[in-house]
Design a protein. Sequence first.
Length: 175
Amino acid sequence: MIDIEPINDERGMFARVWCKDEFKQAGLSTELSQSSISYNKLRGTLRGMHYQLPPHAETKVIRCTQGSVYDVVIDLRPNSPTYKQWYGCELSAQNHRMLHIPEGLAHGFITLVDNTEMLYQISVPYAAQSAQGVRWNDPSFNINWPLLPMIISARDTSYPDFDSEQYSKTASTIS
């Protein structure tokens, strides 16, 4: 989780949200290759759980610029002490929080209000051949979503149950 350090005055607020030097000092990836946004018209829209396989594995810093989401990551790094564990938090335009997502984690969110927009800063360009996902309701992870999705893409519902052995073979270069 990344919390901003706002400077408030009579005009409102100013805060730095990206600093290569500070990210590097904190041990975070400082590569930035792409920025993207997603606009989500209705509450209950679910996007995820997405990731990219090596050599296109990506690190992301995400922020909700309008509205509110419940954001979730799943650690898919086989050698990690938090392997197959998930973490969820609320990101909103009001709380200004950002989430740093290292490579090897699947990411997704569900919108908590209508008209929600997300900003993504991504370390590598999108590579369709490396794009993968796990199902939002896969029993391997047992994610506790705050509401059921009302809108979800066919792709995001079509992922098979997570298979640790198959994943380990496919993603053997993720540390």
